[in-house]
Design a binder for this molecule. Structure first.
Ligand code: FE2
Length: 203
């Protein structure tokens, strides 16, 4: 039996994102439109899935497969970008509070964490995340090539570094390394610490 799914709407763009250090308004506005596209896609795909008759699934497996894969891409795109946009707009520097404590415990130092996340971002095709893995009880810098690769179950992303070209090409050309440095300069660690608190992550 078909079910119906609620439509969701894109979160508004925070005004401070239009005045980042080194990442232009033009980039952010174009990037925000991509995020809105993922929201629309998610709504559209769920609508189509509602219309799939599972009793004839043998005939529609290829359609079902495409829709289900696209759904992971769309919802991954929403989640990744909501973290990305939410934790930019700060003044970077050194993290304080519990996030800083976790970083120092799990990477040795803030500089070592940044170096590892930057290298992961340079090695990835789409994303690098700092995530708290609840089973391991520690932070990892995980790599992602696309919106739907390679998240790990039972881990919570606290930093989402978008390294798709659309995130930096207008401002930095092919110089992804300089973009990543600017990404750190614009992080809002208060937001990240709020998430650590909200999720109940303890050292
Ligand atoms: Fe993006």
């Amino acid at each position: 039996m078909a079910t119906t799914h609620e439509q969701i709407t894109a979160r508004p763009l925070k005004p401070e994102l239009l005045e980042l250090d080194g990442i232009s308004r033009e980039t952010i506005e174009a990037h925000y439109k991509l995020y809105q596209g993922y929201v629309n896609k998610r709504n559209e795909i769920l609508g189509k899935l509602d219309g799939v008759d599972l009793s004839t699934a043998n005939q529609v497996y290829s359609d079902l497969r495409a829709l289900k894969v696209d759904l992971t891409f769309a919802i991954g795109g929403i989640k990744n970008h909501e973290i990305y946009f939410e934790h930019l707009g700060g003044s970077g520097g050194d993290p304080a509070g519990l996030f800083s404590d976790l970083v120092k415990r799990d990477f040795g130092s803030v500089d070592a964490w940044k170096a590892d996340l930057k290298a992961t971002g340079l090695a990835g095709r789409g994303w690098a995340w700092t995530a708290y893995d609840w089973d391991e009880g520690r932070l990892f810098n995980y790599i992602g090539d696309a919106q739907n690769t390679f998240p790990v179950w039972n881990a919570t992303a606290l930093v989402a570094l978008d390294v798709y070209e659309h995130a930096y090409f207008i401002d930095f050309g092919t110089d992804r390394a300089s973009y990543i440095d600017k990404f750190f300069d614009n992080l809002d660690y208060d937001v990240i610490n709020d998430w650590v608190q909200k999720y109940g992550i303890r050292k």
